[in-house]
Design a protein. Structure first.
Length: 115
């Protein structure tokens, strides 16, 4: 049951004198995921702002957050390391570029190794 008077969603809305006015929010449309063979993923390494630790980044994923997080979970499980998926990017702990590229290619993704 949704509260009709949820003031946090209406911050910044100007007052209306119309008694029949119903405030409606627009639902965010999530981007549809491309099939794996049409994805162009770049696997790179990053050391910046991580206290000298190396992380492997998978960039270029086109799709929803659910598909991104499920792909990240598969990669983390197969590599046996931790990581995260946010902002259209998968972060895997450690320098595992070759292993991740091989996994992505075996899963049908078009993946290339960067730097």
């Amino acid at each position: 049951m949704k509260n009709d008077n949820d003031w946090k969603q209406r911050l910044g809305v100007v007052y209306s004198t119309n008694p029949d006015y119903k405030y409606q929010t627009t639902a965010k449309v999530e981007e549809e995921s491309l099939p794996p063979e049409k994805q162009r993923l770049m696997v790179t390494i990053d050391r910046r702002q991580r206290a000298g630790k190396q992380v492997t980044l998978v960039k270029g994923f086109v799709g929803g957050n659910d598909d991104l997080s499920s792909l990240a979970k598969v990669l983390k499980t197969k590599c046996g390391v931790g990581g995260t998926a946010k902002d259209g990017e998968i972060t895997i702990q450690g320098d595992l570029r070759d292993k991740i590229v091989a996994l992505l290619v075996s899963m049908g993704y078009n993946a290339k190794r960067g730097n």
